[in-house]
Design a protein around this ligand. Structure first.
Ligand SMILES: CC1(C)[C@@H]2CC[C@@]1(C)[C@@H](OP(=O)([O-])OP(=O)([O-])[O-])C2
Ligand SMILES: [Mg+2]
Ligand SMILES: [Mg+2]
Ligand SMILES: [Mg+2]
Ligand SMILES: [Mg+2]
Length: 550
C-alpha cells in the first residue's frame, strides 16, 4: 500500500491516568457530611431571613452576590427571587426621585443582579453618573470598587445598549490603569479586579469561580462562619458526586479502547468530563453529565480523525457511512474507522434506548442528524485543508460554528434535560436556533484563539485567525483583537436571546446552552487546555475535581 503521510497532534499522555482516576475516594460521600450541610443550610436560611427584615437593600444584594460567588445560591433560589422582586418593586416606586446617594457600586450591583435574574432594568440607571457630554465623570476613575461593579454589569448588555458598551470601555481602561499604577490598595479588590479583567463573571462558570472565591471569602474580616462552612462543605460534597461520575466516564473511555486502537487521538477522559461540570451545573443531573462527557469524547476522537489522521479518501468513506448510518457498510472502512463508527453507533443506541424507555419515542434520527451535520462541516474543513483553499472569514465561521460541536452538544443536552420534548423545540434546534448556534460561535472563536497556534504548527485547516489575516493583512495581534470583538458582539446577541420572552426552551436548558460558550472560554483562556497544553488547566482541574477544600 502507498506510504501515507499521517500528521500527529503531538498529544502527551494524560496527566491523570485510569488507575489514578479509579483510586479517587472522597470522604465527603459519607452521610455525616450531608447531615451537617443540612443543619448549616437551615442556619443560613434563618440568617437570610433576619437580614431581609432588618438590613438595607445593598447588604441584601451583597449577600446574594456572595452566595452566588460561593456556589451555594442554588439552595436559596426561591428566597433570592423574593428579595430581588422586592428590590425591583421598591426601585420602581422611587425611580423618578433622584437616587439620594449617587453610589456607582450599589447602582451597578443592583443592575447586574436584577438583569441576571431576568428583571427588566434599563441601562439608563447609569445616566446620573455621566457629565453633560454623556461621558462617565472622570472622578469615577478613583472608585475601583464601583468601577468593578460597572464593569461586571456591562457584560449583561443586550443589542442596542451603547451606553453599556461605553461603560465597559470606560471601566476596563480605568481599572487596568488603577491596577498598573498600584492604586487598588485593598488586596481582595485587587484580586477581584485582576480576575474580572481576565474573564468577567457573566462569562464564567460559577463552579470554577467558587473554589477560588471561598478562599478569598475566608480571609474577609466580617465573613459569616456558617456561610463559609456551608460553602466549603457543599463544594466538597459536590466534588465527591463529580468524582463518581468521572470514574464512570473513565471506565467507559477505557472500554472503547480508543487510546490503544486510535493512538493519535487525545486521551483526555478527565478533560472530557470537565466539560460536563461546566455545561450542566445542577448536581442532580449526574447521568446527563456522564452522557455529555461520553459525547464529547466521541466528538473529539472523530475531530482528530478528520484533523490529523484520516486521508481525504478515508474521510470521504467515513462521511458516506455516517450519512447512510448503515452498519452493513462498515466493512468498507479501515479498521480504525470501524472501531470509531461502531462505538458511535453503540453510544447513540444507548442514549436512544434510555430515552425510549423514559419518553416512549425514538430519537435516533435526531441523534444521527446532529452527527451528519457535524461531519459535513468536518469534511468541508478537510477539503479546504487538502486542497489548500483559503475560505473567507465569514465562510469559515459559518462552517466553524457547527464544526466546533457546540450545537451538537446542545442538541443532546435538550434530549437529556427535557421531558416531555416538544416538536417545535426540536425543529427549532435543527434549524440552528440562535440559542443553539450563538454559544457555539463563541466556542469556535475561543477555540481558534486557544488551540489555533498548535493546530497550525502540526497542520490543520486555516483557522479564524488565518482567515482574517488572509483577508486583511499580516498582523496576528490585529486578528486576535478582531476575534475578541466578535466574541463581545456574539455575547450581546446571546444576552438578547436569553431575555427573549417566547423561547420554546426551558430556562435550565437555555443556561446549559449558554454554558457551551462559557466553558470553552474557560478551557481556552490560557491556551489549549484539553489538547497539547494540559498543564495550563492542571491546577484548576485539581481544585475542581481532586482536592477537597480544607
Ligand atoms: C470539544 C471541543 C471544544 C471541540 C471538539 C473537541 C474540542 C476540544 C475542540 O477540539 P479542536 O481540535 O480544537 O477542534 P477544531 O479546532 O478541530 O474544530 C473542538
Ligand atoms: Mg481539531
Ligand atoms: Mg476539527
Ligand atoms: Mg481547535
Ligand atoms: Mg482545540
Amino acid at each position: 500500500a502507498p506510504v501515507v503521510d499521517r500528521r500527529s497532534g503531538n498529544y502527551k499522555p494524560p496527566l491523570w491516568d485510569f488507575d489514578y482516576v479509579q483510586s479517587l475516594n472522597s470522604g465527603y460521600k459519607e452521610e455525616k457530611y450531608s447531615r451537617r450541610a443540612s443543619e448549616l443550610k437551615a442556619q443560613v436560611e434563618l440568617l437570610i431571613e433576619e437580614l431581609t427584615l432588618s438590613r438595607p437593600a445593598v447588604e441584601l444584594l451583597e449577600l446574594i452576590d456572595n452566595l452566588q460567588r460561593l456556589g451555594i445560591s442554588c439552595h436559596y433560589e426561591h428566597r433570592i427571587k423574593k428579595i430581588l422582586n422586592r428590590v425591583y418593586e421598591m426601585d420602581n416606586k422611587t425611580m423618578n426621585r433622584e437616587p439620594n446617594e449617587k453610589d456607582l457600586y450599589s447602582t451597578a450591583l443592583k443592575f447586574r443582579l436584577l438583569r441576571q435574574h431576568g428583571f427588566a432594568v434599563s441601562e439608563e440607571v447609569f445616566d446620573c453618573f455621566k457629565n453633560d457630554e454623556g461621558e462617565f465623570e472622570a472622578i469615577l476613575t478613583e472608585d475601583s470598587k464601583g468601577l468593578l461593579e460597572l464593569y461586571e454589569s456591562s457584560f449583561m448588555l443586550i443589542e442596542g445598549e451603547d451606553s453599556l458598551v461605553r461603560a465597559r470601555e470606560f471601566a476596563t481602561i480605568s481599572l487596568q490603569k488603577n491596577i498598573d499604577q498600584g492604586l487598588v490598595l485593598d488586596d481582595e479588590l485587587s484580586l477581584l479586579v485582576r480576575r474580572a479583567l481576565e474573564l468577567p463573571l457573566h462569562w464564567s462558570i460559577p463552579r470554577t469561580q467558587a473554589r477560588w472565591f471561598i478562599g478569598t471569602y475566608e480571609k474577609r474580616p466580617h465573613m459569616n462562619p456558617a456561610i463559609l462552612e456551608l460553602a466549603k462543605l457543599d463544594f466538597n460534597i459536590v466534588q465527591a458526586i463529580h468524582q463518581e461520575e468521572l470514574k464512570s466516564v473513565s471506565r467507559w473511555w477505557k472500554s472503547t479502547g480508543f487510546a490503544e486502537e486510535l493512538p493519535f487521538v487525545r486521551d483526555r477522559a478527565v478533560g472530557y468530563y470537565l466539560w460536563s461540570i461546566g455545561l450542566i451545573e445542577p448536581r442532580e443531573y449526574g447521568y446527563q453529565r456522564i452522557i455529555i462527557a461520553m459525547l464529547i469524547s466521541m466528538v473529539t476522537t472523530i475531530d482528530d480523525i478528520f484533523d490529523i489522521y484520516g486521508t481525504l479518501e478515508e474521510l470521504h468513506l467515513f462521511t458516506n457511512v455516517i450519512q447512510r448510518w448503515d452498519i452493513e457498510l462498515i466493512d468498507r472502512l479501515p479498521v480504525y474507522m470501524q472501531i470509531c463508527f461502531l462505538a458511535l453507533h453503540n453510544f447513540i443506541n444507548e442514549v436512544a434506548y434510555n430515552f425510549l424507555k423514559e419518553q416512549g419515542s425514538n430519537i435516533i434520527p435526531h441523534l444521527r442528524k446532529s452527527f451528519t451535520d457535524l461531519i459535513a462541516t468536518y469534511m468541508q474543513e478537510a477539503k479546504w485543508y487538502h486542497n489548500g483553499d483559503k475560505p473567507s472569514l465569514e465562510e469559515y465561521l459559518n462552517n466553524g460554528k457547527i464544526s466546533v460541536a457546540g450545537c451538537l452538544v446542545s442538541h443532546y443536552m435538550y434530549f437529556l434535560l427535557t421531558n416531555p420534548i416538544k416538536h417545535e423545540a426540536v425543529q427549532a434546534m435543527y434549524e440552528y436556533h440562535n440559542i443553539i448556534q450563538l454559544p457555539s460561535m463563541i466556542a469556535r472563536l475561543a477555540d481558534d484563539i486557544g488551540s489555533g497556534p498548535a493546530e497550525m504548527k502540526r497542520g490543520d485547516v486555516p483557522k479564524a485567525i488565518q482567515c482574517y489575516m488572509n483577508e486583511t493583512g499580516p498582523s496576528e495581534k490585529q486578528a486576535q483583537k478582531h476575534l475578541k470583538f466578535l466574541i463581545h458582539e456574539t455575547w450581546k446577541k446571546i444576552n438578547t436571546e436569553v431575555l427573549a420572552a417566547d423561547s420554546p426552551f426551558s430556562p435550565t436548558f437555555i443556561r446549559c446552552c449558554v454554558n457551551v460558550g462559557r466553558m470553552t472560554q474557560y478551557m481556552y483562556q490560557h491556551g489549549d487546555g484539553i489538547g497539547v497544553h494540559q498543564s495550563v488547566l492542571k491546577d484548576g482541574i485539581k481544585g475542581l475535581l481532586f482536592e477537597p477544600i480544607a
